[in-house]
Design a protein around this ligand. Sequence first.
Ligand code: MG
Ligand code: MG
Length: 253
Amino acid sequence: MIQIKNSVQIAAMREAGRITGEALLVARDHIREGISTKELDTVIRHHIEKRGAKPSFLGLYGFPGSACISINDEVIHGIPSEKRILREGDIVKIDVGAFYKGYHGDSARTFPVGRVSDEAAALIAATKQSFYEGVEAVKVGNRIGDIGAAVDSYIRSKGFSVVRRYVGHGIGRDVHEQPDVPNFGTPGRGPRLCEGLVIAIEPMVNCGTYEVRELSDGWTVKTADGRLSAHYENTVALTADGVINLTEVEVGE
Ligand code: MG
Ligand code: MG
């Protein structure tokens, strides 16, 4: 069942979203060659806790980190580790959530480590833009399939592919609520969008095949062909005033 939020609840979610967005900015400012993904995870957790919130992902389904940190061909759900060290030319995906006053925020970014390849830069830019293409379809009366269709058609036009096995989602008192929000779809199909809908739109985009595989650690998801993947996510609310991006705290990345 889709949990529709009223304006008071959306205002509370804006606070959770702000802390989530801040945590990503703090992480971005620490990204450099030589830092481990565990160190980034610690920086994120400290920021969230300093703001009086809790990391949404810590312990969620048993996940051991505060953020999912995934490098290069890792798509999502990378486990922070002292052994995973960022190198010049890597792209690193950080996916984080904050739980505050009963509500969650959820947001992800893909950051370059120093200079990256033209292909990596193009992938990061297209993934970000595909999120905004999806947001354009978030209108009262549209349907969930309109969002995914917009994301997918943009990504195809850039020669990349969207991951199909993992999807965006409703969000509120739980990180993962109904409805599913796939990054592909058929226009005019799926649940109808209405005021009070709060969803995480999160394109996961691969340079090569959309096929992915899960590693034996039970968490990390990689591209099946070993090529790069990027991720971009925000929590957005559909209101009488249009779409509010709850996790965007600064124009940029
Ligand atoms: Mg996320
Ligand atoms: Mg999400």
